[in-house]
Design a protein around this ligand. Sequence first.
Ligand code: ADP
Length: 212
Amino acid sequence: MSPIELNKRQDAILQIVKENGPITGEHIAERLGLTRATLRPDLAILTMAGFLDARPRVGYFYAGKKSTAAFTESMLNLKVKDFQSVPVVVSEEMTIYEAIIHMFSEDVGTLFVVDKNEMLQGVLSRKDLLRSSIGTQDLNKMPVHIIMTRMPNIAYCLKSDSLVNTAKVLIEREIDSVPVVEETEQGLIITGRLTKTSITRAFISLAETHDL
Ligand code: ADP
C-alpha cells in the first residue's frame, strides 16, 4: 500500500469537518454543493484511513492523529517501488576520470557499474573515486572495475521489498544507497536506486499522511 494521498475533495471534506464537526454527511454535502451520494466514497475512505470518525445520528468528527498502531502499520507497508529513484549506470570499462565527471554531471553520490550485458557488477561511491584520485594512478587510463566494490559483495533490494528492511540494510552496511534490481538467470538487472534521500522522503510523506 502506498501512503494515502488525499484528493482535493477529500481535503475539502477534512477541512469542513475540522472546523464544523460533528457534522452530518448531508451538511458536508450541502456545503460543497454536492449530493450525499457523491460524497459517500470519499467519506468511506477518510473513515477507513482513520482521518474521520463517524457516529450514527451525530455525524463525522475529525479523528486527529492516527493511533500508534495505524502509524506503525503504514510504515511497514511502505515499499521500495514507491520511493525509488532513477539509477545512474556506467560501464566497467569507463575510466575513473570519466566516472568522476559523470558523477558530477548526473548529480548523484553513487554510480552502479554494469558489464556488456547490462548486468550489475559493481558500485562506485564518492569516496571510492576520491581515494583513487589522491593516489598516483593515471585516472585517464584506469578503468573503474579496478577500484569498484564488486559482486557478490553488493547489497541490493527488490522493488517489492519493504522500505524499512532496506533502510536497515543501509544502516547495517554503512552505505548511502542500494540498487533496486530484478533477479534473472543471467544476473541482476538494475531498475532503480534507493538512497538515504529516498528514505527521508518516505519519512516526510508518512508524517504528512498522519497529519503530524
Ligand atoms: P562513501 O564511500 O562516499 O562514504 P558509501 O557509504 O555509500 O559512500 O560507500 C562506502 C563503501 O561501500 C564504498 O567503498 C562503496 O563502494 C561501498 N558501497 C556503496 N554502496 C554499496 C552497496 N549497495 N553494496 C556494497 N557496497 C557498497
